[in-house]
Design a protein. Structure first.
Length: 485
């Protein structure tokens, strides 16, 4: 296929060139009605290119097939059979994928390290999750993706499960053995969904972990706005094989998605695909070389331990690692990632990707250069000299983090509930998600029975700077719980 084309961008250019006059939404009419103060911040180009997808970018019947051609080019670029664009982020895309495999009351194997968007999909759909335990690094108190053996065992225990879902890469850059997990699923005639939101760049360089489509996954979801160069909320989901019907997948997306998609997001996805096909390997090679240099420089700073393959991969750990998220363990500094991230923003205007009880992470992409990493390195060196101790976060051992799923997530979330104090919550069934964000992996989800060690973890975490934004009470001094009969 001719990847020098960019159908969405070309159609947008034609719209401008032809001087089309809209009497349709959006009501700002290419910015003419927008407040000048808004235009001064956002720029006129944003409004000028904010047009309807139908009766705008394309005609009323979509006879030019603009979006279809753009999706076909994307599928070809990443070795998929079908590709669908989404302008509601991978949070919507992963729900669409889940609903294309399992329905209300049916079982779906899910890695327990799933993002909150997956849990939202369980709540909305009524799907019954069969949890697959991650591989826990007890010394570092960190979860890596579940093993293929764990998925195979759960499939044998639940032969009626409709399929499986795994998250890879994780926000920490750790990756599952997708080929082995796909083989385990396919041996039993079941599809594999991969939440690959952090892996948009993986198809475009051979030194990166294996891309889900190349590993044999049936559906994968990727956020081009995360590790690619798309606009926020720009997401794509890909399909191959005959275990997931692409027409069903598209119907599920139509059910959940917006009827007013952003052409700006479509254009970002389309242009990024062209850029990566034409220049992706060279751009990523530069990013990989830069990341290796940054890792080396940070490792030379006392108190900073950069996490690499030696720390994150091997037996009982992750299968492989994306080196572009630079994860730094700062436990030796006697502080938390929360306090470090806040200090770096306040004193150096550096915004980090992720922070937890002992780590911070700086995400590098093809957009980074010496110009961006130089202030990062300077800020980290300054951090070491000025950071203050933080309260200890009481992170339970892996066996105490595992909670009993007593009620389906949907039933607990929509059922009768009450707000109780943190001290009273232990032993009760949770009716909300309690999710440190980022990375957005629920510690407790609706339907799980709360324990005292987990409540101690969350309360001590909030005292140390953890953010739990989806709780009714973000201080976690009280918790919303299910009222049992």
């Amino acid at each position: 296929m001719d990847h020098s084309q960019a159908p969405v961008l070309d159609a947008l250019a034609a719209f401008h060139r032809e001087g089309q006059v809209p009497f349709t939404p959006p009501g700002h009419k290419q910015g003419r009605g927008a407040d000048p103060r808004v235009r001064a911040v956002l720029g006129d180009a944003v409004f000028r290119s904010d047009v309807l997808a139908i009766s705008g970018l394309d005609d009323r019947t979509s006879s030019h097939g603009v979006l279809e051609r753009a999706q076909e080019l994307m599928a070809d670029a990443v070795h998929a059979e079908q590709t669908f664009f989404s302008t509601c982020g991978s949070s919507l895309s992963v729900k669409s994928a889940m609903l294309s495999v399992a329905g209300p009351g049916e079982k779906l194997l899910v890695g327990r390290d799933a993002h909150k968007s997956v849990v939202s999909g369980l709540i909305l759909s009524g799907v019954r999750p069969i949890w697959v335990e991650p591989q826990w690094d007890a010394s570092r108190r960190l979860a890596h993706p579940p093993s293929a053996e764990a998925f195979a065992a759960r499939l044998d225990e639940h032969p009626d499960a409709r399929g499986a879902l795994v998250t890879s890469p994780t926000p920490y850059g750790t990756c599952a053995d997708l080929a082995a997990i796909a083989a385990a699923c396919h041996k039993r005639g079941r599809p594999l969904i991969v939440d690959e939101a952090w892996g948009a760049h993986l198809p475009f360089h051979s030194d990166l972990p294996t891309w889900a489509m190349d590993a044999g996954a049936d559906v994968c979801v990727t956020s081009v706005h995360k590790m690619g160069a798309g606009l926020e909320q720009g997401s794509v989901f890909h399909q191959q094989g005959d275990l997931v019907d692409p027409s069903v997948l598209k119907a599920r997306e139509d059910l959940l998605g917006t009827t007013s998609p952003s052409v700006l997001l479509y254009a970002g996805l389309d242009g990024w695909r062209r850029q990566m096909v034409e220049h992706g390997r060279d751009l990523l090679q530069h990013a990989l070389d830069l990341a290796a240099d940054v890792r080396e420089q940070i490792s030379a700073v006392p108190g900073f331990t950069v996490q690499g393959p030696d720390e994150f991969t091997g037996p009982g750990l992750a299968h492989s690692l994306d080196p572009l998220p630079i994860v730094i363990d700062i436990a030796d500094l006697g502080t938390t990632g929360y306090r470090a991230a806040d200090w770096l923003r306040a004193h150096h205007h550096i915004n980090l990707h992720l922070a937890d009880h002992r780590r911070i992470s700086a995400q590098l992409t093809v957009a980074d250069s010496e110009e961006t990493v130089t202030p990062l390195l300077a800020a980290l060196r300054d951090l070491r000299e000025h950071i203050e101790p933080a309260p200890e976060v009481h992170v339970p051992p892996p066996d105490e983090l595992r909670l009993e799923l007593a009620v389906l997530p949907r039933d607990a979330f929509f059922g009768p509930a009450e707000q109780v104090s943190a001290d009273e919550a232990a032993g009760r069934i949770c009716a909300e998600m309690l999710t440190p964000y980022p990375p957005g992996i629920p510690v407790v989800l609706p339907g799980e029975r709360i324990t005292a060690p987990v409540m101690d973890y969350l309360r001590s975490g909030v005292d140390a700077g953890m953010v739990v934004p989806d709780a009714a009470d973000s201080s976690v001094k009280t918790v919303r719980v299910f009222v049992e009969d």
